[in-house]
Design a protein around this ligand. Structure first.
Ligand code: F6P
Length: 755
């Protein structure tokens, strides 16, 4: 229908214009003919009566003249006749002669000077049409005289309403004729468009149902197979969603296979999911690093299989790998491979501690630590990005692999990989906030970072705000087209989608299968901390990082104890703090500050047997962390700025008893999703301590309601959905690229077919 209208409307407009033009030209011509006809009739009438007029006129027999004039006026079209003398005085007239056209007015047109200044006149015929309110009239003046000289002139006024009528009829007929023509032409166009469209859709439908496309239409072939694939994808996805099919490892694996025809993916991430370390007795232990990135992506990798390229930083890492630095993990399951990249101490200092963690980390987090950018670090950042990119390229066995590049350690890698593998699908995810472009401007290499990231097919952030910030930075620092409708950047015809994908965790968590029931966890943790059975426990779980607001958290605990004397001796806050990046001065300062604060609170409110704050500054394996989550009455996540914060989500997933309260900083990405938590401003110590007090006195029913709702949300929006959404978007992008590249070839194909 739309196609029909697209042709028919312009056609109608053109035809209407033509109709109008034609009627104007036609009317004009007809009118001129009619006027000329009237002038001739007037002249004939006067000339015919001339002989009867001459004698009475010379003798001034006015009555006789009036009789002759009345004879002329008998014609039904003649409205009046008058005879005027050479002095422009009225000689005689027919009875109905209109007074408007008196001898003076008409005579001025019919009398011309004989010789300029001579005072003599020569008489000429004259005629004109006047459009009056009651209709047009034709007025003419014809000179009368004989050999003896001129006598005057006869004025004839003729009715032209007939001509008016004919004019309007002509206009109507012309319009009617063109309207008919327009209708016929539109109908014809519409039918032709419909038939062509029907032909196309029949062809596509037949093809999609499995039939062969007609041999006479080979030009359909390249597009149709892609269309069929797209429809199949959409149908499968719609069916899956319609069934309320939850995202899990199996569905993610099927998605990868079905949409991308792949069994495996390649991940590039600095931190490895399993670290091999020598124990003091010389044996080799495997540990799980404290990292949100690992928490999120390890289940994805187990579901999809493939290769995880990471920095080998464990003391026994090199002992367990093969010649290419590869080892199968998880121990006992061996569903995927870690390929370890070895870094020299200089490389680690420049790339990891220097550029990534003293430069980019404080640049991206609003936590009041000054970023340091040094060109020596930048050089290492570039060379290590190249090293990891080379390792990724060495792992691929096809020219369009799926490569997941993770985090701020590898801003340059997407472009480096793209240069080697132009057809690769590169999905990058930035696990920390992306700052406002004012802050991006601080980095001396902001253009290179942006260009590097734009090597990605899809670039993911946790929130829309971070995506917007990124697009603004591209707008400000690069020459690229930003497609705000699609949320994409287009450079040299290549597109990078920039989309929010709020990261999540495996939910239900695999650790829940191994951890003891809540009562047992509580009993064991309480025993470890020497707490009475009726004690109240708060927990915090973090890497020791200044962005996590650990000092602010302890200040809130201190104020809580100040304001709630009934909690003294009863409330304990256990802070599980993983030592992190201690080679950096700022982190060492933080350790000292947290230690001092802990001591101060403990000495203010504690005694020999009661320690209000327990600082557990060491690595904790996930099972221990889960035990603490399950033992706690409240978990406080107080980040000053955090892309997402998966501790908050892990705490929820650990509480299958629907108990416990989450107090959550509003400056985390998680606060947008976990709205049933008690959301606080961690800088507002009073508000935070009140929230802790509210949490500790919250009724069991309210705890259950809040926890159940958040658990339901996480089960739905888990890490498999996160990865699945990115993969499905990537599949659509691949398909779109394929379809458009074939459509570009289409004209050539059509030419070949015609030959
Ligand atoms: O928050 C982003 C993130 O990459 C996390 O995934 C991880 O916890 C941390 O930063 C990096 O920690 P690390 O420097 O110990 O790898």
């Amino acid at each position: 229908m739309r196609i029909g209208l697209r042709f028919v409307l312009p056609l109608l407009a053109v035809l209407a214009l033509l109709a109008w033009g034609a009627s104007v030209v036609l009317n004009d011509t007809l009118r001129r003919w009619f006027e000329r006809d009237m002038s001739m009739r007037a002249e004939l009438a006067v000339n015919g009566a001339r002989q009867g007029l001459l004698a009475p006129w010379r003798n001034d027999a006015r009555q006789k003249i009036a009789t002759v004039l009345a004879g002329i006026a008998r014609d039904e079209r003649v409205m009046g006749v008058a005879a005027c003398d050479c002095e422009l005085g009225l000689v005689a007239s027919s009875p109905e002669y209109p007074s408007t056209f008196d001898c003076q007015a008409v005579g001025r047109n019919t009398r011309k000077p004989e010789v300029r200044g001579s005072g003599g006149w020569r008489w000429v015929s004259w005629a004109e049409v006047f459009r009056l309110p009651g209709g047009s009239v034709h007025v003419s003046a014809t000179p009368v005289g004989d050999e003896a000289g001129p006598l005057g002139f006869v004025v004839l006024v003729q009715d032209m309403s007939d001509a008016d009528r004919r004019e309007s009829m002509t206009r109507q007929y012309t319009f009617a004729a063109f309207a008919l023509l327009a209708a016929a032409a539109s109908l014809l166009t519409f039918l032709v468009a419909r038939l062509s469209w029907k032909d196309w859709t029949t062809e596509i439908r037949r093809f999609l149902r499995g039939g062969k496309s007609r041999a006479s239409r080979p030009e359909f072939q390249p597009v149709l197979s892609d269309v069929r694939e797209l429809v199949a994808q959409i149908t499968t996805e719609a069916q899956a969603d319609g069934r309320g099919n939850a995202w899990n490892a199996l569905r993610l694996r099927q998605t990868l296979k079905h949409y991308l025809h792949r069994e495996r993916v390649i991940i590039v991430a600095n931190r490895q999911p399993y670290i091999h370390e020598f124990a003091p007795d010389g044996s080799i232990r495997v540990s799980h690093p404290a990292s949100g990135l690992v928490t999120a992506l390890e289940p994805v990798m187990r579901a999809c299989s493939g290769v995880w390229i990471a920095h080998g930083n464990g003391s026994a890492d090199s002992t367990v790998v093969d010649q290419s630095g590869r080892v199968r993990v998880p121990p006992g399951e061996e569903s995927f491979v870690i390929r370890r990249v070895w870094l020299t101490p200089e490389e680690e200092a420049g790339y990891y501690y220097g550029f990534a963690n003293e430069g980019l980390w404080p640049l991206c987090h609003i936590a009041h630590t000054r970023p340091n950018f040094r060109s020596a670090d930048w050089a290492y950042y570039q060379s290590v990005n190249q090293k990891f990119s080379d390792a990724a390229c060495a792992e691929v066995d096809i020219d369009d692999p799926i490569i997941l590049v993770q985090d701020y350690h590898f801003a340059l890698a997407p472009r480096m990989i793209r240069e080697r593998l132009p057809r690769a699908t590169i999905l990058s995810f930035w696990h920390i906030p992306w700052p406002h472009s004012e802050r991006v401007a601080i980095c001396p290499w902001q253009k290179e970072l942006l260009q590097g990231m734009l090597g990605s097919s899809i670039l993911g952030f946790h929130t829309q705000l971070h995506c917007n910030n990124f697009l603004d930075a591209v707008d400000r620092f690069l020459e690229a087209r930003i497609d705000r409708e699609q949320h994409a950047v287009v450079q040299r015809g290549r597109i990078t989608l920039v989309r929010p994908y709020p990261i999540s965790i495996e939910c239900p968590s695999r650790w829940l299968k191994q951890v003891a029931p809540v009562a047992e966890c509580r009993a064991s943790v309480f025993a470890e901390l020497h707490l009475a059975p009726d004690a109240l426990l708060g927990v915090g779980v973090d890497r020791m990082d200044y962005t996590k607001g650990i000092e602010e958290r302890l200040l809130a605990v201190e104020q809580l104890l100040e304001r709630s004397p009934h909690l003294l001796g009863r409330f304990t806050f256990a802070q599980l703090a993983e030592p992190s990046r201690t080679a950096i001065e700022r982190y060492r300062e933080l350790n000292v500050a947290v230690e001092r604060l802990t001591d101060r609170i403990n000495s203010r409110f504690g005694n020999q047997t009661y320690k209000p704050v327990v600082l557990l500054r060491e690595h904790h394996e996930p099972l221990t962390v889960f035990r603490y989550y399950r033992a706690a009455d409240v978990c406080y996540v107080s980040s000053l700025h955090d892309g997402m914060n998966l501790v908050a989500k892990e705490f929820i997933s650990a509480r299958d008893d629907d108990r416990g309260v989450l107090v959550l900083s509003r400056f985390t990405g998680a606060a947008r999703e976990l709205t049933e938590a008690l959301i606080v401003n961690p800088y507002d110590i009073e508000e935070a301590s009140s929230a802790l007090a509210t949490a500790l006195s919250m009724s069991a029913q309210e705890q259950e309601e809040r926890m159940r709702s958040m658990r339901l949300y996480l089960t739905e929006f888990n890490i498999y959905r996160w990865a699945g959404r990115m993969l499905v978007d990537a599949a659509r992008l691949r398909l779109r690229d394929r379809v458009s590249s074939r459509l570009v070839d289409y004209p050539k194909l059509a030419e070949v077919t015609q030959e």
